[in-house]
Design a binder for this molecule. Structure first.
Ligand code: ZN
Length: 240
């Protein structure tokens, strides 16, 4: 069979066979479309000189507190929340300080980190050096420069008191993991100056207000609903 346009060209297939060629072509196109969806985006390569790269790495490590082993977000000694003295407060999570202070910003002109103090009646800026040590701290126990503390909105004393009462009435004990989660429940935490954290009347088991007790109960209920593993120990261990 000769092609009309080109008399020398001979078609290898009759017209009805060409129609049957279509399915394989369709499948091939489908496969290409699928591949283009899963293909990772092209990697952009930034070319910088060695010094600039080193500086970026240093800034990153400094920001993460990884250059200085004394910057330890998990250390209670550095955290210094006063309620530590009231009960057997669980130690904070490794990420607690970092998360509570995640809104900190580096002020280039002042060459310091800054974040607002959320403690009652303050609202002023907390200033920190490159190691997140509070600058001009008004209260540095043991005379040690230290990071601004992780402050509780509802005190640990109130949270613990409510948990102890609940344990007593149920004759069951909360697991340590649950108590820790209650203690370091992030919506209940806020940044504050060392001075602001140590100022004012401290909540103790004896002077918890009705309002604070209600808020403590609310936090414990929320955590109970959120907590993924078991919240009760097998045996009741009275905590006082
Ligand atoms: Zn303050």
């Amino acid at each position: 069979m000769r092609d009309k346009g080109n008399p020398n060209r001979i078609s290898t297939h009759p017209p009805e066979n060409r129609v049957q060629d279509n399915p394989p072509i369709f499948l091939r196109r489908n496969r290409v479309r699928h591949r283009s969806v899963t293909k990772p985006p092209p990697t952009r390569v930034l070319i910088e000189d060695q010094a600039a790269l080193q500086k970026r790495l240093r800034d990153f490590l400094d920001e993460e507190g990884a250059l200085d082993v004394s910057v330890d977000a998990d250390s209670d000694a550095l955290d210094g929340d006063y309620v530590q003295k009231i009960g057997n407060r669980p130690t904070s999570y490794e990420h607690t300080w970092r998360n509570v202070y995640s809104a900190r910003a580096f002020n280039k002109e002042a060459n310091e980190y800054q974040i607002y103090c959320h403690e009652k009646g303050c609202g002023k800026i907390i200033r920190m050096d490159s190691k997140f040590t509070e600058i001009d701290s008004r209260s540095t126990p043991h005379g040690e420069p230290r990071k601004p503390p992780v402050c509780h909105k509802v005190s640990w004393a109130a949270l613990e008191e409510v948990m102890i009462q609940q344990e007593g009435s149920k004759q069951k004990s909360y697991t340590d993991a649950f108590r820790k989660y209650v203690c370091w429940y992030e919506p209940n935490l806020q940044p504050g100056h060392n001075g602001c954290n140590s100022a004012g009347q401290k909540t103790t088991a004896q002077n918890i207000s009705k309002d604070e007790r209600t808020r403590a109960e609310s936090i414990i209920t929320t955590v109970t609903n959120e907590f993924k593993s078991t919240i009760w120990e097998t045996y009741y261990i009275p905590r006082r």
